[in-house]
Design a protein around this ligand. Structure first.
Ligand code: APR
Length: 245
């Protein structure tokens, strides 16, 4: 890691009243999080992930899609947050209200590392919500083996609380992320290829609003040219060095 660049960025960090952080799958890589397509093994190899991570797919085959998400949740059970997740949580504890954490990840590892108020742009794999707008009768207390829990009175099913293909990002979450990007003095873009919008656009918003933008990535990304500095290295090594007390 380039220590001159690191010391420069540490100076920008000290000077920034507010810091926004946008993370992607790369921050969880050193935790060994199976990627979206790693789950396509064994029985699940016969299905396309893209066909199951949709509302249409769930409505057509609720038991299959629910089973696939239960399988992905089980794959996550043995995974632990790494030093990159912990460095962000500890910085936020030492500097209350100074850091806004925005993530594209659904693995819940930031929360398990102790981060709070995480802006989850693509939802959270460990959360469920009702498929249709819940009515007063809706309590998911009917669980049949393999079937999604559903309301016994109106049949409304629980679905994973992630953003499926073709679905909009949660508006309030994205608005809060946009506000943080525009108000911060420094944005750290950690472990994302920067290829998926509107999430990647947050780095452009931060730069346009006058923030310093710093990319932390093991490889070139599509946001390198938006950055004032690139710290080439693994998040689990760079973030403790950058954010450490
Ligand atoms: N430290 C930092 N960066 C890393 C590390 C690491 N240890 N390991 C990998 N990376 C980088 C890769 O170089 C790559 O740029 O993390 C990035 C991961 O890119 P993607 O797998 O495309 O993940 P992401 O950018 O988060 O994808 C965004 O696309 O697949 C959809 O909805 C899904 O949220 C996801 C979105």
């Amino acid at each position: 890691m380039d220590t001159v660049a690191l010391e420069t960025v540490r100076g920008w960090l000290r000077a920034a009243q507010h810091v926004a952080v946008l993370t992607g799958a790369g921050i969880s890589a050193e935790s060994g999080v199976p990627t979206f397509r790693d789950a396509q093994t064994g029985y699940w190899a016969q299905f396309r992930a893209e066909d199951m991570a949709t509302e249409e797919g769930f409505r057509a085959h609720p038991a299959r899609v629910w089973g696939w998400y239960q399988h992905r949740r089980q794959m996550l059970a043995g995974v632990q947050p790494n030093d990159g997740h912990r460095a962000l949580a500890e910085f936020a504890l030492r500097h209350p209200g100074r850091l806004t954490l925005i993530t594209q990840n659904v693995d819940g590892l930031h929360q398990r590392a102790g981060s709070t108020d995480v802006l989850c742009l693509h939802g959270d794999l460990m959360e469920d919500r009702f498929l249709d707008l819940p009515r007063a009768c809706c309590h998911p207390d009917t669980v049949e083996a393999g079937q999604p829990p559903h309301c016994p009175r109106c049949g409304n099913m629980l679905r994973p609380g992630v953003v499926w293909f073709g679905e909009p990002l949660p508006l309030a979450v994205f608005d809060a992320a946009q506000q943080a990007a525009r108000a911060c003095g420094l944005m750290l873009v950690v472990g994302t290829a920067g290829a998926v919008y509107p999430a990647a656009g947050l780095a452009h918003s931060a730069r346009a609003a006058g923030a310093r933008v710093v990319v932390v990535n093991t490889a070139p990304s599509e946001l390198d040219d938006v950055a004032h500095a690139v710290l080439r290295g693994g998040a689990a090594q760079v973030l403790p060095a950058l954010l450490g007390a």
